[in-house]
Design a protein around this ligand. Structure first.
Ligand code: CA
Length: 219
């Protein structure tokens, strides 16, 4: 899962970026409104954390432009003031949730998990496919109850597939959702990640659909 963080305060932005990275997300950090708008308009984010008080173009304008252009990714708005009027304005502009500063990082992460879950149309906090379980809260993966240790990229590939079960996901789509913007992207590495995942999971849940990509399905 790949997220866009739009936040101009360096220390808070760094804290959020570290927390999101630690939770297994690939993160792009935009430090002003123009950059946030541009990134969110062109890249397929799984969710966005959007500070309303951004230099250049404010967060509300960024959000309105995305929604007017049909960009439907889940957006969690951060507001410094936290008055009811700010929340209403944010929600009316197309935000899916909001959080008033200061907040606990745990709450931000929980709200993001909830938004991503809803976008994937799942209600269970733990994702399951046959004997494979992935818990986005802890980042733990298990097969038949036995824990499996994955690298961060293997985890991202599996998490993305598990949020889109039964659907063919192309290599290009996986690349866009597991790497941050500035990361060196190589589509051959996806095959390597999938091969390692299959070996580590030991069960056939990732099927190759020739010429198209991969599909997660129960054994
Ligand atoms: Ca700000």
């Amino acid at each position: 899962m790949r997220l866009l963080l739009a936040e101009d305060e360096p220390s808070l932005g760094a804290q959020i970026q570290a927390a999101l990275g630690g939770a297994g997300y690939a993160v792009d950090w935009a430090r002003d409104g123009e950059e946030a708008w541009f990134q969110g308009d062109g890249e397929p984010y799984d969710a966005v954390v959007l500070d309303l008080g951004l230099p250049g173009l404010d967060g509300l304008q960024v959000l309105k432009r995305w929604r007017a252009a049909g960009r439907a990714m889940p957006v969690l708005v951060l507001t410094a003031r936290g008055t009811w009027a700010d929340k209403v304005e944010g929600l009316d502009a197309g935000a899916d949730d909001y959080l008033a500063k200061p907040f606990r990082m745990e709450e931000l992460l929980a709200r993001l998990r909830s938004l991503i879950r809803r976008a994937a149309r799942t209600v269970e906090p733990v994702l399951r496919c046959g004997p494979v379980e992935l818990d986005p809260r802890s980042g733990r993966v298990a097969v038949g109850g036995a824990p499996v240790t994955l690298t961060s990229h293997e985890y991202r590939v599996l998490a993305y597939l598990m949020h889109h079960p039964g659907r063919v996901v192309s290599r290009g789509e996986l690349i866009e959702h597991i790497y941050a913007q500035d990361h060196d992207r190589d589509s051959n590495t996806i095959e390597v990640f999938v091969a390692r995942l299959r070996r580590k999971l030991g069960v056939a849940v990732i099927r190759t659909i020739r010429g198209l990509g991969y599909r997660l399905e129960e054994g």
